[in-house]
Write a protein that binds this ligand. Sequence first.
Ligand code: URA
Length: 239
Amino acid sequence: MRIDKLLANSGYGSRKEVKKLLKQGVVKANGTILKSGAAHVDPETMEIMIQGERLVYKKYVYLMMNKPQGVISATEDNVHRTVIDLLESEDAVRSPFPVGRLDKDTVGLLLLTNDGKFAHTLTSPKKEVPKTYEALLSKGITAEDIEVFSKGIMLDDGYVTKPARLRKKEEDAAEILLTITEGKFHQVKRMFEARGNKVLFLKRVQVGNVRIDDDLKRGEYRDLTEEEIEMLWEEAGRE
Ligand code: URA
């Protein structure tokens, strides 16, 4: 992988800061000074030193993506583009996969990792990790909708949802925020359908305590920070 990516992933600062380190000539791979961020290294077999300190290679990758519409949150699809197709090759080679699913037309916060335990923990129904969605509805919500959602609503297949927190996004009652702690198939859309309403646009904005980075344009992604990873582990309860 590229040395600049490896250093950024390993906590040596932003790409800009990493570039500075490289320019200073303090980064060595098997004894050779590397000055270009584009230089390729294999952190599993090479000795990478930064200012005389050996780099501890982190095996796992944790990404946050602002998922665009029209791509599938899966690793493969015969017809459509997947979120993996949006990754740069140096990230794709580490085989991350989406943590849970968003519908093809849903946008917003999608986590990707190659850490199976992390993904499993965050998506386990037992952990009840809250997920918050912004939605535009075909009509405004009522106080009764809020009440019914807070108690649990029966979906088309007879399943009764766990308590959910519904509120208006500002004054406009058709723009709402909904926090749910589970992830049944098309859950948000089906919850509103059960109230005779329709989701016209859906965006996930938060998972646990981690909010989408508003600097990410649709289709863009970045590494989660150490703090965000820690918050998510805490949220799901470390074993
Ligand atoms: N609920 C939905 O209906 N769709 C999503 O993508 C996520 C939650």
